[in-house]
Structure formats: C-alpha cells, structure tokens
Design a protein around this ligand. Sequence first.
Ligand code: BTN
Length: 282
Amino acid sequence: MKGCPEMTHACGPVGDEDRLRLDLLRDGLGRSLFAGNIVYQETLDSTNDIAKEMALQGAPEGTLVLTDEQRAGRGRRGRSWLSPGRSNLLFSVLLRPVLDPDRVFVLTMILALAAVDALKKIAGLPTMIKWPNDLYVGHKKLAGILTEFSTRERALEYVILGLGLNVNWYPDDGTQVSGLATSVLAETGARISRSRLLLEILRGFENSLLKVLKGEIDGFYRKWNEISLIIGRQVVIEAEREKIYGKAIRIDEGGALIVQDKEGKQERIISGDVSVRWGEEE
Ligand code: BTN
C-alpha cells in the first residue's frame, strides 16, 4: 500500500516509506540540541558504541546516533539487543551535562518518561516503567535503555543514553524471546511513523533535560514512581550474588530501589533484574 505519510498517525504495511525520514526529523527538531549533529548509518554494530567513540573524539553534546539495524546491539548486563531492520527505534544520544555523577540515573528516568509520553501521544499506548530502565506493556517488554558514562575528577565527561524501542515488528516472529517482548504494532495493530515517534521523544526529553539542569528533579521522581510497574508490589531482585525478596517501596534520588522485607527492614538495591511476583501482592 502506498501513501503512508511519515507524519500521520497510523500507517499501512511496510514499504519504502517505512525508512527513517531524516529530512522530517531535521525539520521537526529545528533548533533543538539534537539537531546539530545527527549521525545516521543504515546498519552499524551498536549506536552506543559509535556514540562512545565519538564522545572520546570530542563530539558535541546533543550528538544523535541513529540506525535502522544493529549487528551487535547491546543491552544491560552483557545481554544482546535484537531487532530486525527498518522496524524499530534504535538510537543513542550523547550528553555532557553538568550534573553530580551520583545523579546520572535521572537522565535514564527522563528519557523513559519522554518515551512513555510520546507513545501515549503518537500511538495511544499506555506503558509502565520497570526499574531500572525498561518500558513495559502488561507483562511484556517494549523498550530498554542502556546508559553508559565516564567521569573525570568526579565530573561527568560524557553520558550516552541508548534506547531500543520495538515499533513496527511482531516480536514472536522467531527473532527474539517470544512471549516476553512486545511492540507498538503488536499492542495496537497499527504501524506508526518511527520518525514522528523519535521526534516526540527527543522533544520531550530535551524539555525535561533543561529542567533537570536547573535542579527541577522532584516532579520526575514522583512521576516515575507513579507509573512504575513494581512499586507497591512483591518483587524478587536478581542481584550480583543473591536473590532479594520483598516489597518495592520507591526509587530514591540516586536511582536505587528501596525494598522492604516481611520484618519491615528496608534495603537499598543499586542494580539487578527485578520481577514482580504476580499473585503475591499485599
Ligand atoms: C536493556 O534492556 O538491557 C537495554 C537495551 C538497550 C538497547 C539500545 S538499542 C540502541 C542502543 N545501542 C545499543 O547497543 N543498545 C542500545
């Protein structure tokens, strides 16, 4: 089917028009921080890796690395991120924020929140956030963020935020863990413009970033906790060497998860994979 304009709501079947529209992205971004240095390659290993190389070579803040297909997409904890070509959003942004390194998590948080808002606006799809870096629809993962940074003398040298978001793809096509992953298409039955979704995410993210840099952070923590999949639920966290059971209480200012055991003792978890123990809510 022809005539699937990039900037409209839902599109027809995949065709040539399904490519990322850099012209529309540039126009839409206007004078945005992310308009100045857009790097697109049809295929590459990992947008985070390219962004990191560029950061080390002095690339400016706001550099956006974008692709239609990754040969070696990476997830957290050494995992791979699989995505077929021309279907999903795969990008990284490079930031050089003046921010306490202990507060880097807020950047992951505002990118996730920007994606939640954009998905609601463009696709009408409500999503939830699963600590520390995932977007979920029900029990299925829709997107993940990989945040990597470097410090020098206790200051942030660069931060790279990479987002992988399943858009126009049926995850049960055999290329990924079927049953555990989902996409906008699988949830809504509609193909949407990846370029428009990306534009909306970047706009929202930039607005939030400006607030964060002015120290306006509390509202984001509140919203993050409100749309969290795990807060108030019984969870199990697979940390480095142990499994921790308890009730997820909140995410603190450092991005750690506060969990409370049956005796009421609270523990601060810095990293791990968390699952909800469905059916055991209190
Ligand atoms: C996770 O869920 O563990 C995070 C997944 C992050 C995947 C994205 S895709 C774009 C960017 N480049 C990568 O290699 N990884 C991130």
